[in-house]
Design a protein around this ligand. Sequence first.
Ligand code: F6P
Length: 546
Amino acid sequence: MITSLSSWKRLEQLATEKKSDSILSYFRLDSLRLRKYTFRACDCYFDFSKNLLVDDVFSALLQFAKERNLADEIKRMFNGEAINTTEKRAVLHTALRSKKSTINVDGENVVPLVNAELEKVRVLSEKIRSGEWVGFSGKPITDIVNIGIGGSDLGPAMVTQALSAYSHPQLTMHFVSNVDGTHLWETLKKCNQETTLFIVASKTFTTQETITNALAAKRWILTATTDEHIAKHFLAVSTAIGKAKQFGITEDNIVGFWDWVGGRYSVWSSIGISIAISIGFEGFLQFLDGANVVDTHFEAAPFFENIPVIMGLIGMWYCTFLGYDSYAVLPYDQYLARFPAYLQQLDMESNGKSVTRTGENVTYKTGPIVWGEPGTNGQHAFYQLIHQGTRTIPVDFLVAKEGLSPYTDQHTILQANCIAQAEALLIGKNEETVREELKNNLNAELLIPHKVFEGNKPSTTIVYPKISPKTVGTLLALYEHKVFVQGILWDINSFDQWGVELGKQLASNVLPELQKSTSQRGTHDPSTTALISLLQRDDSGLKKEG
Ligand code: F6P
């Protein structure tokens, strides 16, 4: 158990000693603090200095990483060892953006395989972008609907939105994930059968939401044309080529990937084809490049200046030792509006685990709750709780040095808000200052406690040059490796997701009961039985489809 390591014990002791420390006093006591805890790497600037992190804690964290054999574990991942032990799989999303010529999985070099699928992505995306790909009536495609969920949606959807400034002017990208028919219906209202192309994106090609939506999409196309034209309106991206073919998608229109690419790590694979269609294949390559820069850094940089390692260590220090069980990611960048949602799957599906890699119950806190919204919207919603609530919620602020919009003055306002929020969280406002501010106010005594800011709230600020395919690739990969680091530190398997299975299994029991397609009543708890009775359909069909 990791709790018996000497560095663990040291960290426990430090947590007791340091939890009430003042970050501002760290600055006062150490004139080199800023220099020590800020880094330039991967074209970005990282300011960790506003964290509740000080030299002896940092050393103990680094020692912990050493005792957890993090260096070897990183090598094992990059070397394609089957580190996803419950599924006996390698974890090699890094191979999808690698510049190495040989990466072996079970003795097979996967680099040529990766390149071959990438070439298919190029050919297909260029055909669509150039207008050469036409629908059943001979018109070029105007609307792309990616049907997928989880990793087969969040990555492409988030990145496509993030890079919308680089998008093809004649192509509109849509993403349908929810099994709620409303999602598909509202999307299709904006599309025309003649010029719409669906991408069915599913690693397994068995996911209920995706298959249900894909079948409905097929019916929608068939309201305007006949079966022989289906191929002009469907692409598939999957590891299960056979199942995609069974669905009716022709082999030429199927792009593959491999089981050593986890769903939530698949945006770099052909799952990212919608990105290539939207921003062009060259842009997609730059996106991969941005991640490769991080991979190279992560593999080579010593831990004391290795950004994903530092991010992982700080996060673990907060979550496990100081008990801060959520953290907010606040991009001051409208293009990154979906980044927190993307990180929720990446982080929480990876590290929301309570047994070790060998199956023992953990006795410490693992994966944090991740949430966030773009600034400045969050400031007018939940920042109140971060500033004056009862919890400590560490924050990651993300901001671009340069904005893309022509409203450069607004970018400066945005940056000012970002910097000011980090400063406010750090310095707070004490009673004395508030008293001075209210010296002419008759209600001063009443107001003072409400206007005091405790401060000392930790944050990290990440500054990137500007939103570009490369930058977005870099940001994603940084968080991917942070999640990996934490999984190793906690001794959990970050690459399986058994926790999503039970709900799926029970839904398949409940569905026939709701549909009344079975007369057999399942055994449920009384609450579930009552809900099934309440929602049971009286008719077996659906409203007529539009
Ligand atoms: O939510 C579980 C999960 O398996 C995710 O890990 C995955 O990204 C998502 O479902 C979608 O799976 P698929 O790509 O196989 O449809």
